[in-house]
Design a protein around this ligand. Structure first.
Ligand code: PEP
Ligand code: MG
Length: 326
């Protein structure tokens, strides 16, 4: 999933539908131990290495060297499989206690993820330099959370450029070509995916957040949990747009978040056009089994049908084979 150069010969983590359509399964992990464990399983690599653990429950910011050592150790253990590291995604659910962030009335709509990183260039560039240095030890990819407009990608690229210049001045070796991707997590990003896709090497749909923002239902609030279902046709329509935009410019597109491991939805997600799923390692065997049973043409037809339904529960009814044909 880390760009056009995804090596065809790499078969680990490559699964096929019953009619031969390839789908890659990558691991989602939240810390070093999970990453090491995940690499023992039959995954194409790590598709989402969440870096918040480096900042969570700490008394100070992680240094460039500390971060670099952790990323490098995962890259070395990945043994030429890609490891896609997501830059800091501070949010309401993923706090960094020592980063005294002023309270916000609507934290989910506030200074989180890439917004936080771009407004804290010291913290961001320390992470970028660590990632660039570690990139020499394997096939790293960089993933930027919650980007929703092209100017943010330009700013990210500018920060990457400055990080490289600093490393050059310090005579510290680094990887010059690291594929970059973004997580589509807002309706704005999904609707603009054609304009965003031309600037990156791969896209990932973050279906947890895409659901929260599309349905305006806080993913952590039980009182609106009845509204929060990623199988909602509005979310799936946006996801399909992202797949189409990625394919139009010849880059791969993955899906991460809870829906990616909901085996009831595997066939529909294949039909929407996803090339890769980022899932927790425990879900690999069940998702792989569903892929093996699926047929691409059936999946495409199923995807078209669910996109016409009125609600998430209608979608699930169709998927369970109980719904009407149209
Ligand atoms: C997502 O939003 O779908 C995602 C995988 O990111 P997180 O759940 O970490 O916000
Ligand atoms: Mg997210």
């Amino acid at each position: 999933m880390v760009g056009r150069e995804m090596r065809e010969e790499q078969s680990v983590g490559l699964y096929r539908t019953a009619d031969g359509h390839p789908i890659r399964l990558f691991a989602t992990v939240g810390n070093l131990e999970e990453a090491v464990d995940a690499l023992q399983s039959d995954v194409a690599g790590i598709g989402l290495f969440q870096s918040e653990f480096l900042y969570h429950n700490q008394e100070r910011l992680p240094s460039e060297t500390e971060q670099c050592e952790i990323y490098a150790s995962v890259l070395q253990q990945a043994n030429d499989r890609p490891v896609v590291i997501r830059t800091l995604d501070i949010s309401k659910l993923k706090k960094a206690d020592f980063l005294s962030m002023p309270p916000e009335e609507n934290p989910s709509l506030g200074s989180r993820a890439i917004r936080f990183s771009l407004s804290h260039p010291e913290i961001f560039q320390t992470q970028l330099r660590a990632l660039l240095r570690a990139g020499r030890y394997g096939r790293a990819g960089l993933l930027f959370p919650m980007i929703e407009n092209v100017s943010e990608i330009r700013d990210v690229k500018q920060c990457l450029q400055e990080s490289m210049e600093t490393l050059l001045q310090q005579r510290l070796p680094y990887a010059e070509h690291v594929p970059i991707g973004l997580i589509v997590e807002t309706p704005a990003a999904a609707l603009m995916a054609d304009l965003l896709a031309v600037h990156v090497d791969f896209l990932v749909v973050g279906i947890n957040d895409l659901t929260q923002y599309t349905l305006a239902a806080d993913r952590g609030n039980d009182r609106v949990a009845y509204l929060y279902d990623a199988a909602h046709p509005a979310v799936l329509r946006l996801a399909q747009q992202v797949c189409q935009a990625a394919h139009r410019v010849g880059i791969p597109v993955g899906v991460c978040g809870a829906l990616a491991e909901d085996t009831e939805m595997t066939e529909a997600l294949i039909g929407l056009g996803f090339d890769a799923f980022c899932i927790t390692p425990k879900a690999v065997s069940s998702v792989a089994a569903r892929i093996a049973q699926a047929h691409l043409w059936v999946a495409s037809e199923l995807a078209s049908r669910v996109l016409e339904r009125e609600s998430a529960s209608d979608v699930r009814t169709v998927i369970r084979g109980k719904g009407p044909e149209t």
